[in-house]
Design a protein. Structure first.
Length: 102
């Protein structure tokens, strides 16, 4: 039996402006599945992760995900999850059926 191909999604997070002595806080997440009309926005990571978890096995890419965007998803990782780090970047990890890559 052939393995089922995973669909590919992209995500991005928008944050408050970077300012001295302040951590940027996310205020909007965007997800695109490559299909016409396939762009969605979420007010927080929890809502986005809940929606993504219902999309079946998928692969997610993010621009600068390994050094920035994915740090906002740490709370969703299972303890002792396998994480691939290359040159200080989160290169690959999974949360449920979602494989995140940078």
């Amino acid at each position: 039996m052939a393995a089922r191909k995973r669909r590919i999604y992209t995500i991005d997070v928008e944050t408050d402006p970077f300012m001295r002595d302040r951590d940027p806080r996310p205020f909007l997440w965007g997800v695109y599945d490559g299909e016409p009309g396939g762009f969605r926005t979420f007010d927080d990571a929890e809502a986005m992760m809940k929606w993504l978890s219902h999309q079946g096995p998928i692969i997610v890419y993010a621009h600068n995900g390994g050094k920035f965007d994915y740090t906002y998803l740490f709370e969703f990782l299972e303890p002792y999850s396998e994480i691939l780090i290359i040159s200080g970047r989160l290169a690959k990890f999974s949360i449920g059926d979602i494989e995140f890559r940078d």
